[in-house]
Write a protein that binds this ligand. Structure first.
Ligand code: SAM
Length: 315
């Protein structure tokens, strides 16, 4: 059975109050590390889980066998939550978890083509049913399209030389695997200690292939509105682009008086966790709790400036 060590497991458990009886939604089940902790914490807990990766769902099913009858798994993007669960079920959920990005199982699996540490076909699809793969992006995107995603998702200021090299190479032969792409990039972008350009390019292609940031802010916006008062949401992100979206969605919802932010600063892994699981180094956890808007509306008189702004009711 492939492995993945769940990050910030204790922090997630505390923030989602998993020892109390509850219904939970894990939007990124992966190999069910967090999901099994949720189901293990209280014998009456129920879990809905989703993952885009059908293989992950199969492994999760096996890992959750001891909790048979207390979970439902969906092979789906969590952004489809409204098609997976009726609003009245969403409104009963006590805790939502999103542990974004890819799992160790995906990164370490050469067939999936996520990592440049091993040579594998350019793929990077979490969901094998979709047609867009890393091969398409690298071989068929125009010079401008590649520059754009390397700037936006790889946060490279000037990717022109890298894009030139890719475009030059693919004129004579399609770039088919991660090893070839790595060699091409390395010719013009030598290794750097922090945020190596190679890592940035691979990150950018992965985000593009899986549409990882598309509609994410709107999704959270929508979700916060559907949550019941007191329900909590925990989001773990692994790069600044994702974290910025989560931070902004929570901040907007706080300003509208919908959510309370439970993490004034993102929670990061302690040294001992990083030592045991180096992938936890870049994890940032943010959490929020749905506020009781009816109660707030009753407290604040109509026409009061605090009501119009909707944020000071927090104090
Ligand atoms: C970091 S792993 C989660 C690991 C999991 N928490 C565990 O403990 O095993 C991220 C998982 O989320 C899935 N994923 C990423 N974005 C997704 C999305 N938008 N919808 C559904 N699943 C997604 C990936 O396929 C991957 O399996």
């Amino acid at each position: 059975m492939p492995g993945h060590i769940p990050v910030l497991k204790n922090e997630v458990a505390d923030l989602l109050n998993i020892t109390g009886e509850g219904i939970f939604f894990d939007g990124t089940v992966g190999l069910a590390g967090h999901s099994s902790a949720i189901l293990n914490a209280n014998s009456t807990n129920y879990l809905y889980g989703a993952d885009k990766d059908s293989e992950a769902i199969e492994f999760a099913k096996k890992n959750l066998e001891p909790f048979y009858g207390r979970f439902t798994l969906f092979h789906s993007d969590f952004r489809n939550i409204k098609n997976l669960l009726p609003p009245k079920v969403i409104a009963k959920i006590d805790g939502f978890l999103f542990d974004l990005g890819v799992s160790s199982f995906q990164l370490d699996n050469p067939d999936k083509g996520f990592a440049y540490a091993q040579d594998s076909p350019l793929d990077m699809r979490m969901d094998k049913n979709q047609s867009l793969s890393a091969f398409e992006v690298v071989n068929h995107y125009s010079h401008d399209q590649l520059s754009d995603i390397f700037k936006r998702y790889g946060e490279l200021d000037n990717p022109a030389r890298i894009v030139d090299q890719i475009v030059f190479h693919r004129k004579t032969k399609k770039i088919e695997n991660t090893g070839e792409l790595k060699t091409i990039i390395r010719r013009v972008a030598p290794q750097q200690k922090t945020m190596d350009p190679l890592a940035r390019i691979f990150q950018a292609i992965r985000i593009e292939v899986n549409g990882e940031l598309t509609g994410l802010e709107d999704f959270f916006d929508d979700l916060f509105n559907m949550m019941k008062p007191g329900a909590r949401v925990v989001v773990i992100s692994f790069h600044s682009l994702e974290d910025r979206i989560v931070k902004s969605a929570l901040k907007d919802a706080r300003e509208k008086g919908i959510m309370e932010i439970l993490t004034s600063k993102p929670i990061t892994a302690q040294d001992n966790e990083v030592k045991m699981n180096p992938r936890s180094r870049s994890a940032k956890l943010r959490a929020g709790e749905r506020r009781n808007c009816l109660l707030l509306a009753a407290k604040v008189p109509a026409g009061h400036p605090k009501k119009a702004k909707g944020r000071e009711v927090n104090d």
